[in-house]
Design a protein around this ligand. Structure first.
Ligand SMILES: [Zn+2]
Length: 250
């Protein structure tokens, strides 16, 4: 027979949104069975480990593998830098985002995928991609998982993951650029919006017969994706880019 014990929990800042309303911004008690890892207990309350940066148990920072034995007082923070507890050695649990971030997006974030590619960021996105494949890319190939599916982020192999708060695509791109500090790393005219292939300059003479009449008349600079054969020209592509930049700076 396993014993049921209780713990006291308190979540801070942005983590509260993942909790049930009656548990937000206040301490509450929770029953635990056996000796669970703290990661599993916090995720059972709704908070994926990828959003947690610091866990304090009875005044001491612990890692996700800490085993709960009952009776603990647990404080959970989204950012170790903002923990306001004296006499505590703060330990940050979130890994540093990679210097050249690459992403994998869940099936609901098609627009965000195109916008990120437009800014020059490597994004894997497929409408029919299985959750297991997304999780795998967030583990082995160290891509940052962007998702609106909290369950995806709870898998223990996920290192870099982020729950996208906004539902409007314009707000989503702004949120991601700010969250991952991408503004200085943008490189437009690099990636194909359709397939993430590398686009290259191509002579107008080679694709002239495929252009709509007005485009043929007004544009001279063209790009081609060798992977999916799509053609881009500066007019349309550049206008889209400027729109996104405006959104980000708004
Ligand atoms: Zn392509």
């Amino acid at each position: 027979m396993s014993l049921i014990r209780t713990i006291q929990c308190r979540f801070y800042g942005a983590l509260n949104r993942f909790l049930r309303p009656e548990q937000r911004h206040r301490g509450f008690s929770r029953a635990v069975k056996g000796i669970p890892a703290i990661k599993d207990t916090l995720e059972a309350l709704g908070v994926p480990h990828t959003e947690i940066d610091c866990i304090v148990v009875n005044g001491r920072c612990v890692r996700f593998l800490y085993q709960i034995r009952g009776g603990e007082r647990i404080q959970v923070y989204p950012d170790a830098g903002k923990v306001k507890l004296k006499k505590i050695i703060r330990r940050s649990l979130k890994p540093k985002p990679p210097a050249n971030p690459k992403f994998v997006l869940d099936v609901h974030l098609g627009k965000l995928a195109r916008h990120l590619r437009l800014l020059g960021f490597d994004v894997i996105y497929q409408k029919d991609m299985e959750d297991a494949a997304i999780v795998c890319m967030g583990g082995k190939s160290r891509r940052i998982i962007l998702t609106r599916d909290i369950g995806l982020l709870k898998n223990k192999i996920v290192r870099h993951g982020y729950f996208v708060r906004a539902t409007d695509p314009k707000k989503q791109i702004r949120e991601i650029v700010r969250r991952f500090d991408l503004a200085a790393k943008m490189r437009p005219f690099r990636l194909c919006l359709e397939c993430n292939g590398r686009i290259r300059r191509i002579a107008k003479s080679r694709i002239e017969n495929r252009l709509p009449p007005l485009t043929r008349e007004h544009y001279t600079r063209f790009y081609h994706c060798p992977r999916c054969d799509k053609i881009y020209w500066q007019g349309a592509h550049y206008k889209q880019f400027l729109k996104i930049i405006k959104t980000i700076r708004h």
